[in-house]
Design a protein around this ligand. Structure first.
Ligand code: UDP
Ligand code: MN
Length: 306
């Protein structure tokens, strides 16, 4: 009996038959593969590669440090104003009031040093900010001062101080730069000159202070200075050798030796807006800076006519 296949009168052996089948399958496969693929289904979207751009950085956090004593009415105006102003710029920020509670003369620079030590782990940069100076021009940017300190209240726009090296009022500085210059001098009790000494620190460290550019407003309308000078008198007394010492650059004191006790931290809201008040008792080495106390000058009495 023949074991092969009988096809249209031809006889094929099983192995021949298998070879022909395989050959035909191969030819058909090649033919089908060469046909262009046509499909009515919509083309699948190309897979998206989620790349983390080197440009992407989360926004830096700002701590507003306000050296403070006995300016409550000003604070009530300052806080809502700053929330409104900085929210427009989408700056993530917190306000810290560093309130001096001892009975020494006001020491703005030491309060800023203490404020920095308290907040530095929760922010990337600080604004040393007078409580009575409200920015009115939305072009004043409070962005992260990456390349060096930015003096917001420039001499061109500050309502009162117009000398070139003035850096008081409002200054932005990143944490690393504030640490680089060892913070501010602790020698300045009473009003003035601590900001000028800080300017020299920045200069000596090679940090150039930038100021906002293309500001169309001037000294009359860039800031609102809510300081009533008859009610809030500046303490301009000079006692002991204060004048002589504070005119010089201080290479000794700063962040590392500011001496204080923390009396407490209070979370407060003004019109539901949150802020933190740190009550700080500054300590004074009266041998080194006896002018932290300044005896009141004796009241002038007219000699009685006899
Ligand atoms: N300051 C304060 N209580 C004082 C003195 C000063 O709170 O008794 C703070 C307050 O933040 C103020 C800043 O220090 O805005 C600067 O002081 P001041 O306004 O007297 O100086 P100015 O820039 O007006 O000469
Ligand atoms: Mn003022």
């Amino acid at each position: 009996m023949y074991k092969g296949i009988n096809l249209m009168g031809y006889r094929f052996s099983t192995s021949k038959c298998l070879t022909i089948c395989l050959g035909l399958t191969f030819i058909m496969g090649c033919f089908l593969a060469s046909l262009p693929i046509q499909s009515d289904a919509p083309a699948l979207p190309k897979p998206i590669r989620h790349q983390i751009s080197s440009e992407y950085r989360p926004k830096k956090r700002l701590a507003i440090i306000v050296p403070f004593r006995d300016r409550f009415e000003e604070l009530l105006e300052f806080v809502p104003h700053m929330f409104n102003f900085l929210n427009k710029q989408k700056i993530p920020f917190d306000i810290f009031i560093i309130q001096q509670t001892d009975s020494y003369r006001f020491n703005r620079a030491s309060l800023i040093n203490v404020g920095f030590l308290l907040v530095k782990n929760n922010c990337d940069y600080i604004a040393m900010h007078d409580v009575d100076l409200l920015p009115m021009n939305n072009d004043l940017s409070y962005d992260y001062p990456e390349n060096g300190p930015v003096h917001i209240s420039s001499p061109q726009t500050h309502p009162k101080y117009h000398y070139d090296t003035f850096i008081g009022g409002i200054l932005l500085i990143k944490n690393e730069h504030f640490e680089l210059v060892k913070g501010m001098s602790n020698n300045y009790w009473g009003w003035g000159l601590e900001d000028d000494e800080f300017y020299v620190r920045l200069k000596d460290a090679g940090l150039k202070v930038k100021r906002p550019e293309n500001i169309s407003t001037g000294p009359e309308n860039t800031f609102k200075h809510i300081h009533d000078k008859t009610y809030r008198k500046r303490d301009m007394r000079k006692c002991f050798n204060q004048r002589e010492v504070t005119r010089r650059r201080d290479r000794v004191t700063g962040l590392h030796d500011v001496s204080y006790h923390l009396l407490g931290e209070r979370k407060v809201t003004i019109d539901t807006l949150p802020l933190t008040v740190h009550n700080v008792q500054l300590l004074c080495d009266e041998k080194l800076t006896p002018w932290c106390k300044c005896p009141e000058p004796p009241a002038k009495t007219k000699p009685k006519k006899t």
